[in-house]
Design a protein around this ligand. Structure first.
Ligand code: URA
Length: 236
């Protein structure tokens, strides 16, 4: 692979900026920085540094973000900050997108990647990937919810939901809800269907991967290859 392409892809800068970094000596390959932009490198083997920071080759990036309320799950938005704007520079690159959407006021686990095939698999309705939410309700949860959610609720407009699993917590206003589909505003509409409403919503798990409790809202971390396949696991 050409060095300027590697820098452009892995650092998320334009090809011309990559060439500039190479020409001004900011880039070294195997400790040598007198190199040209068409230098051929082996991304798996060569040690490449930009401004003394090692650039580790990843064909794809997989990122867990703890989305704060007020941000939008989109690549670009004219009015509100997007989840991509929260990524620190080492995790920024072209082609990243949030796989799936949370509402602007919802918090928690957003999966960001540039691996279209994996995202497609995760989001496919046929995959039935579980999503777990911590739901704060306006009114206390009732014991009948367990059976109603398990039977498959019909939400406004007559849409039928797949069976969902609700778990009660010590706080009667807080439940854990596991759904395996992603209809528009699904959790909020399910709460409405049983005469309640959601006042706070946080996604805490996708497939077999739990939101890392050490991530404060707005923080993210990479999900490494060995862990990422779990994102499509149907069950915990
Ligand atoms: N269900 C909702 O209602 N909102 C979300 O953001 C996610 C699931």
């Amino acid at each position: 692979m050409r060095l300027d392409k590697f820098i452009s892809d892995q650092v998320g800068v334009s090809r011309s900026r990559a060439k500039e970094l190479i020409r001004n000596g900011s880039v070294s390959v195997g400790g040598i920085n007198r190199i040209s932009d068409d230098t051929k490198i082996d991304p798996e083997k060569d040690e490449i540094f930009v401004n003394s920071i090692q650039i580790l080759y990843r064909q794809y990036l997989y990122i867990m973000l703890n989305k704060p309320a007020g941000t939008i799950c989109a690549v670009k938005d004219r009015l509100s900050p997007t989840v991509l704007e929260l990524l620190p520079p080492p995790l920024r690159r072209k082609g990243l997108f949030p796989a799936g959407r949370l509402d602007k006021d919802t918090e928690g686990f957003v999966f960001i990647t540039d691996d279209g095939a994996l995202a497609h698999r995760m989001l496919s309705p046929k995959s039935h990937v579980e999503k777990e939410y911590e739901v704060t309700l306006e009114k206390p949860a009732q014991s009948c919810y367990k059976g109603l959610f398990a039977a498959g609720l019909t939400i406004d407009g007559g849409e039928k939901c797949l069976p969902a699993d609700i778990t009660f917590t010590d706080d009667p206003h807080v439940v854990r809800l596991v759904i395996c589909e992603g209809k528009y505003h699904q959790v909020k509409r399910m709460a409405q269907a049983v005469g309640n409403s959601v006042i706070h919503l946080k996604r805490v798990r996708i497939g077999g991967i739990h939101l890392d409790p050490s991530l404060a809202p707005g923080e993210c971390r990479e999900i490494m290859h060995k862990e990422v396949e779990e994102i499509c696991a149907k069950k915990r």
